[in-house]
Design a protein around this ligand. Structure first.
Ligand code: NOJ
Ligand code: CA
Length: 531
């Protein structure tokens, strides 16, 4: 295995906050969120205690996939502001101890990118994957004077950048080796892009579809080599920066060169269940190919923490101290926590778990107030992928206040990127800031507890005492965590349990070795240093 420089020390303490820039905060009343809007809300993020923001793509784009169709990697989308506005945001975030990560769309461009426009007219250009004649399966007809067809990476308008094929096939002459000219130029381009933004003070990237680079690469060996090369360069040129992959298989992506990977709604055979087995209750964003399952954070009590534990044990054992796994509450492609039959009273236990598990927590904007996934929204910039695979419901405007636009400046509601949750009882930041019993205050206290208690962080040990209802584990040999996501009460006994000082608890009683939890209860207890 290649050896990389250890991850920068700050990453172990990261609490991520994902911002979908379109929908976070609008400073100029055009209905679309922007950099100045985010900058104006940095105090909220600092108050919440998160220290690393990841922004979805904010580059020049025709926005047919919400910005994941980049037409200029080195310039920001005017709708979000200017380069200076981004620089100011990064600077002001830094003064509050908050790092900012951008999204690197490594595997494809927009079909409006100048590279693609050139390739569509030049049969010798190999920056993209081009079949000289006909239209092989999965290819899209050439839009230019160049004959043949190109391979898309996701939507048809997202042509795959050519990083070569792991295997040749004489019947498919478009399969170039990884060291052909185009693949080499594309690898160099990734370096240029990273260097550009890191030089401006950004702290790293979430890398879109990181596993997709080299084609026909079933064990990902060749794709891993691309990332290892980039990581070696990064280790020397920008040792304080991080790369987090959208891969969903940390035991593959971290050895490849990533500092961390996410548990995702998809991924390897075990890892691919990690997130859904916790959160996905069959409503919200559902890919038809997903087998139905009973998730653990469900009132029925039918789910179990075991699929998650299996994925986590496998990945964390493989990683050791070489990298990190991040556990998101949700993301822009997947349902929010507050979705379908799940009700707000179920959310505290979910956060109590997410913020005390030794993964790096990632809070999806708005989940800290329990924003609801809105079903049935129309397609917006490519959000609808299938009948039940609608991503728009997780992308609605951040609910800052009770006003008609939820705080989105003076924009008319019909100009908003997506509609605001119309419910009269929709949660807002303003109301929850004023209410110390709110989810927002709980999330803040849990973040603070984690930040001030190394044993509860990513490097503290964990011992599972009961993998059921309630779910019970011990962090750092000292902090007992109990969560009972189901509606019914549940209890268990374990010799390792005993009563301690409740640091954050609701509905959990520890009596001797017996742990009794009411429905939806959670608790974090300090058992003292002498264990
Ligand atoms: C994954 C991104 O998260 C998603 O939003 C996007 O549509 C695809 N990659 C294509 O870039
Ligand atoms: Ca705006």
């Amino acid at each position: 295995m290649t050896s990389f420089r250890p991850a920068p020390a700050w990453l172990a303490d990261a609490v991520f906050y994902q911002i979908y820039p379109q929908s976070f905060a609008d400073s100029n009343g055009d209905g679309i969120g922007d950099f100045d809007g985010i900058a104006e809300r940095l105090d909220h993020l600092a108050w919440l205690g998160v220290n690393t923001v990841w922004l979805n793509p904010c580059f020049v784009s025709p926005f047919r996939d919400a910005g994941y169709d980049v037409s200029d990697y080195l310039a920001v989308a005017p709708r979000y502001g200017s380069l200076d506005d981004l620089a100011k945001l990064v600077d002001e975030a830094g003064r509050r101890g908050i790092r900012v990560l951008l999204d690197l769309v490594a595997g494809h461009t927009s079909d409006e990118h100048p590279w693609f426009k050139a390739a569509a007219h030049d049969p010798t250009d190999d920056r993209y994957i081009w079949a000289a004649e006909g239209r092989p399966d999965g290819f899209v007809p050439s839009p230019g004077t160049r004959p043949g067809a190109y391979l898309p990476n996701f939507f048809a308008f997202q042509p795959a950048l050519n990083f070569g094929y792991a295997r040749a096939n004489p019947a498919e002459p478009w399969r170039l080796p990884v060291d052909a000219e185009g693949p080499r130029a594309n690898r160099a381009a990734l370096r240029t892009i990273m260097d550009h933004w890191l030089g401006l003070g950004l702290s790293g990237f979430r890398v879109d579809m990181a596993a997709s680079l080299v084609k026909d690469d079933p064990d990902k060996t060749e794709t891993a080599k691309v990332w290892a090369e980039l990581r070696h360069w990064l280790d020397g040129a920008h040792p304080d920066a991080v790369l987090l992959s959208e891969w969903g298989e940390p035991e593959v992506s971290v050895p490849a060169g990533f500092h961390g990977d996410f548990f995702l709604q998809f991924g390897g055979p075990t890892d691919g269940l990690a997130l859904r087995s916790l959160w996905s209750n069959g409503e919200g964003t559902v890919n038809e190919s997903w087998d139905p399952l009973d998730c653990f954070f469900d009132r029925s009590g039918r789910g179990s923490p075991r699929p998650f534990l299996e994925a986590w044990e496998k990945a964390s054992t493989a990683l050791g101290a070489s990298g990190f796994i991040s556990l998101p509450t949700a993301n822009h492609d997947f349902s929010r926590l507050n979705c379908g039959p799940r009700t707000p009273e179920q959310l505290p236990a979910a956060f109590a778990f997410q913020l005390t598990w030794p993964t790096l927590p990632a809070i999806y904007y708005g989940d800290e107030i329990g924003m609801r996934y809105l079903p049935g929204l129309p397609d917006q910039e490519g959000s609808v992928l299938g009948p039940r695979y609608n991503r728009a419901g997780s992308r609605t405007p951040m609910q800052w206040d009770e006003g008609p636009n939820a705080g989105f400046s003076t924009a008319a509601p019909d100009r908003l990127y997506l509609p605001v949750d119309p419910s009269p009882t929709r949660p807002t930041v303003a109301a929850q800031r004023a209410d110390e019993t709110s989810l927002l205050h709980l999330v803040r206290r849990l973040v603070s507890l984690r930040t001030h208690t190394p044993q509860l962080g990513s490097r503290g040990s964990v011992e599972v005492l009961h993998a059921g209802h309630p779910f019970v584990y011990l962090r750092g040999g000292r902090y007992l965590v109990v969560v009972n996501p189901q509606e019914r009460e549940a209890s268990c006994t374990h010799d390792g349990a005993r009563s301690g000082v409740p640091l954050e608890a609701d509905g959990v009683a520890v009596n001797g070795s017996t742990i009794a939890a009411e429905g939806f209860a959670y608790g974090v207890f300090d058992l003292g240093p002498d264990r």
